[in-house]
Design a protein around this ligand. Sequence first.
Ligand code: 2NE
Length: 270
Amino acid sequence: WQAIEKPTFTDITYHQAEGIAKITINRPHVRNAFRPETVRGMMAAFRHAHLDKDIGVIILTGAGELAFCSGGDQKVRGDSGYRDESGEEGLDVLELQRQIRTLPKPVVAMIAGYAIGGGHVLHLCCDLAIAADNARFGQTGPRVGSFDAGLGVGLLARMVGLRRAKEIWFLCRQYDARQAYEMGLVNTVVAVEDLEAETVAWCRDMLKLSPTALRCMKASFNADTDGVAGLQELAGNTTGLFYMTEEGQEGRNAYVEKRAPDFSSFPRRP
Ligand code: 2NE
């Protein structure tokens, strides 16, 4: 897989090829911990991949083989949040989580090494997770004076069940790739040297499928957990499909042509 680099970010890299975008957290000296600039870069990159009609699937990963992501950078954590270069405290990571969850293309977490703390929550927000055999998973919040009681709890409990989710948050232990697979946290485990090839193979399989079907299925998986906001996301897709029908277009045409709409030729299907 020969990807082209688009070099516009400081803390991340963005590559693309064959309909696949790869967003890589590039701070290996801190096990790919994120700071405000990293989150801003990821959000811009996800937005770019979302809007790019050539992209069908997105991979999220971390640079090197030691970590996917180790969560918030504790060295820039101030007394009320994470500091950026200007000294301002604040992190848009919850918005990033929602963005990964709602953008209408599959997002695959490609995990070598640690997926820990807020990095673990990021992989939970992805649609699929491919783990290398050296991957390690866990939450650390209660140890370092933090927690993610939103998607970090809700998605985890849905994936592994309440007992396991409480264990993961209440004990802050680490779990290896095999344990993660057995809990339903990841889709498959492969040798670390095969990680990218396997992930790309999964992406290629998805790229052969109907983008509209995948888009609606992704929205549907969110709809039951996200209440009215989830229904809005799913319903937006049905409106988009309706616009593409002659029946939908008759309403617009009649308005523009200043006449009464004529829906008589459209069947009331059983
Ligand atoms: C990730 C882990 C288990 C890796 O351990 P190991 O032994 O492989 O590496 P080491 O030596 O701990 O780390 C290497 C370097 O990376 C830094 C370390 O401080 C070290 O730097 P030096 O001391 O050599 O200069 N590093 C690693 N993770 C970092 C981090 N998150 N922030 C800043 N520097 C980091 C081990 O390193 C570990 O447990 N890391 C901490 C994981 C953690 O607690 N993350 C924060 C959870 S809270 C969170 O993410 C969060 C939230 O709860 C809510 C909202 C937003 C974020």
